[in-house]
Each structure stands twice: as structure tokens, then as C-alpha cells.
Design a binder for this molecule. Structure first.
Ligand code: SAH
Length: 239
């Protein structure tokens, strides 16, 4: 049986997937790590979805690279998936044709944009350039856009981040993809990122309020995209 593992930062991003695929909560299987596991069989695929879990103190989802790294390591080592899908929300750039609600698939490689290590060699290592699967046919058949995912530890963007994105070509800005891609690479596990745009970077309205306003719509679109991708994966032996 083919196995897919979704790695998702926020519960709101995960809810449409859990509902559609009929996944059951297994709880905090890896406690004291906070990640939360949901699992089920859909068609004849084993689908595992792992969220980063919530911080007890604030009651908020753990977003960001540290939680994503821990979640990815535990989930990939334990469930040995054939494909990891990092599903989530992201910021896009109007200058690169992004609109709120667009769904992007990872493309070419995945990078960090806030690692400033100005030493030859280490500079490239800091940026990552981790592999992802070829998403051309999925993008064509599903009508998705494709973009280079770029990850940092902040929701906002400072000028230095923009310089790095210019260097790498990064165009889909999030807070987890590169961390997960690093772990997937260590395990030689194929990775696809599916990112729904909640906000446009540099728009007049602050990122946080765009994010809150558009989260519901973006997570619905994210869910619909993931349903199509799973159906395609199930039907296509090449994937
Ligand atoms: N809950 C907070 C925001 C969460 S942080 C609030 O209500 O304001 C944002 C989450 O969405 C992260 O998991 C990140 O991967 C993704 N994200 C969406 N837009 C982003 C952007 N412009 N930059 C970085 N991450 C973004």
C-alpha cells in the first residue's frame, strides 16, 4: 500500500484534509513532542497527517522551522512514507503574478531566505536548495501555479530577506517548507509542497490582517488542491 504523509503547521490548515479523507486522531503519539497525528485509509492509500501541535502556554499552533523539523523527523522516521506533502499557507508576490487564493506547487528547489552566513560555501548551505519532486504534470492537470518555496522564521519581510529571495528566485514565502525539505532529503523521501496564498507580501494591508481575513478561503482551496493531488497520486503509478 502506498503511503502519503501530510505535514501541516496549523490545525486550521489540516481540518479540511482530516474531514475529506476521514482521518482519525491518534493524539500526541510522540509526546513530549507536541505534534499531533491523524491517520486513515483512503482508496487504498495509507494517509497520515501530522500537525505541529499546539503550545500549552498560549494555546496557539506551533508555526515555524523548529516545530516543523521535529514533526518531519518523527513522522518520516516512524511512518516511512512514499511521499511527503507539506500543505500550508504562504505569502505570494503580486509582482510575480500571485493572487490571494492561488494554489502553488513547489518547483525546482526549496530555500531559506533569512540565513545570513557570509562565508563562501556556508552561504549556499544556509540557503539549503533542497530537492522537491517534479510537479509539472500535477500542475498541468490540476491547474495549479508553480513556484520556488522560500522559508524564514518571520511573517514579515525585511530588506535583507528580499535580497536573498532575489538571489535564489524564491517566490512562495512561508515558515516551514525548507525545514521539512531538509529532513525529507536526509531520509531520501520525495517531497511536494502545496501552498495556498493567504497574503501578498508588500501589499498596503499588513500581512497579519490579510492572513486572518483570507485564512478560511485559503485553507478551503488548499484542501481542494490536496484532494485532487491525492486522487492523481492514487491513479498514477509514476508518482
Ligand atoms: N496565526 C498568526 C499567523 C500565523 S504565522 C496570525 O493570526 O497572524 C503564518 C503561518 O502561515 C505559517 O505557518 C507560515 O508558513 C504561513 N504563512 C502565510 N503567509 C506567510 C507569509 N507572508 N510569510 C511567512 N509565512 C506565511
Amino acid at each position: 500500500m502506498k503511503k502519503i504523509c501530510f505535514i501541516v503547521a496549523m490545525q486550521a490548515e489540516a481540518d479540511p484534509l482530516i474531514g475529506h479523507f476521514g482521518l482519525k486522531s491518534l493524539g500526541a503519539v510522540f509526546s513530549p513532542a507536541p505534534c499531533h497525528v491523524f491517520q486513515g485509509i483512503y482508496k487504498d492509500l495509507e494517509i497520515t497527517l501530522v500537525t505541529n501541535g499546539k503550545d500549552d502556554g498560549t494555546g496557539l499552533d506551533y508555526v515555524g522551522c523548529e516545530a516543523a523539523t521535529l514533526t518531519a523527523q518523527l513522522a518520516i522516521a516512524h511512518y516511512c512514507p512514499d511521499l511527503v506533502v507539506n500543505a500550508g499557507t504562504a505569502g505570494g508576490f503580486a509582482s510575480k503574478g500571485a493572487c490571494v487564493g492561488d494554489v502553488y506547487l513547489s518547483h525546482k528547489y526549496i530555500v531559506f531566505h533569512d540565513r545570513r552566513v557570509g562565508v563562501p560555501g556556508w552561504d549556499r548551505m544556509g540557503k539549503g536548495y533542497y530537492p522537491c519532486i517534479d510537479s509539472d504534470s500535477l500542475a498541468r492537470s490540476g491547474g495549479f501555479k508553480q513556484g520556488i518555496c522560500t522559508t524564514g522564521s518571520s511573517l514579515d519581510m525585511i530588506a535583507e530577506d528580499a535580497v536573498q529571495m532575489q538571489q535564489t528566485g524564491g517566490e512562495i514565502k512561508d515558515m516551514e517548507a525548507a525545514a521539512i525539505a531538509w529532513v525529507a532529503q536526509l531520509h531520501h523521501t520525495p517531497l511536494l509542497c502545496v501552498k495556498s496564498i493567504t497574503d501578498l507580501v508588500g501589499a498596503e494591508k499588513p500581512t497579519a490582517s490579510q492572513f486572518r481575513e483570507n485564512l478560511n478561503m485559503a485553507t478551503r482551496r488548499l484542501g481542494e488542491a490536496c484532494f485532487k493531488i491525492v486522487d492523481e497520486y492514487w491513479a498514477d503509478d509514476r508518482l
